[in-house]
Design a protein around this ligand. Structure first.
Ligand code: OGA
Ligand code: MN
Length: 268
């Protein structure tokens, strides 16, 4: 029988007792947990790639990244050609904010963990929205935010050369509503490292508000920090969970196997 235990007051649930990862009732419970708790943890699940992938396919359609549905998260360039860009995961972010429909969910299996650092932090922007005052809600209603890859790279690598910075500026950007109201009526905030500016606002004021909102959303009461053990499986609702990796050394052994699941709801 499946048992669930909250990981923190606002988000996260640990699930125990899963025998058959492809069982219909198990999948339904996982989807429900994902929806209401944002982050699902199974300690020591020890899934091989095949089972992780089969489970992910039951959650939704799996993204193929450069010919593979399993993506290795590692800062070792021998294991991941985009290792340099992965340092961007040290900043609070939501994946796919420059795509019209962001990724719905991500699963990670820990194959090797870092000796120091390398935890993953999550913050629920549903909980954050729910705790705004009426006045704040009114203030944020209707604000539009431009998200860009460049904004996140500038944070991650402020000393990059001019040429590289100019290249980032050619990459996709997208304007979305700060407050995202879903088809089911729930609301969340779309912010994070890719949030470049608020449309029509003075640049300094815009930066200050985006920073303030990020601090607000990532405060302890809306946050869960996961300390990885080998074999842990974590799945999260990417659309509502800001997340980041706590810094770890590029030479560390940390290695995660990831699946990415397509979304089905566009930003507004
Ligand atoms: C990701 C991500 C965080 C981590 O895979 O999208 O942000 O802790 N990973 O590796
Ligand atoms: Mn991410």
């Amino acid at each position: 029988m499946i048992r669930t235990t909250a990981l923190s007051p606002s988000l996260g649930v640990e699930v125990t007792g899963i025998d058959d990862w492809l069982d219909e009732a198990v999948i339904a419970q996982c989807l429900e947990a994902l929806k209401w708790r944002g982050v699902l943890l199974v300690r020591g699940a020890d899934l091989d790639d095949e089972t992780q992938l089969a489970f992910s396919r039951r959650i939704g359609e799996v993204v193929n990244v450069n010919g593979s549905e399993i993506f290795t998260v590692s800062l070792d360039p021998a294991k991941n050609a985009a290792a340099e860009y992965l340092k961007g995961t040290f900043q609070w972010h939501i994946d796919g904010t420059t795509d019209p429909v962001p990724i719905k969910a991500t699963t990670l299996t820990a194959r090797h963990v870092a000796m120091a650092g390398g935890g993953t932090e999550f913050a629920s922007t549903y909980a954050a929205y729910d705790h705004l005052t009426r006045e704040e809600r009114r203030r944020y209603e209707g604000l539009r935010v431009v998200h860009s890859f460049g904004a996140s790279q500038r944070l991650t690598r402020p000393h990059a050369g001019e040429k590289e910075k100019a290249f980032w500026d050619t990459l996709p950007k997208q304007e979305v509503s700060l407050v995202w109201e879903r088809a089911d009526g729930r609301r969340s905030l779309v912010i994070g490292s890719t949030a470049d500016h608020i449309v029509g606002m003075d640049p300094d004021e815009s930066r200050a508000l985006l920073d303030e909102l990020l601090d607000y959303c990532t405060q302890e009461r809306f946050r869960y920090t996961h300390d990885w053990r080998v074999g842990d499986l974590v799945m999260w609702d990417n659309t509502g969970m800001l997340h980041r990796a706590l810094p770890y050394d590029a030479s560390s052994e940390r290695e995660m196997h990831r699946t990415t699941i397509f979304g089905d709801e566009a930003f507004t």
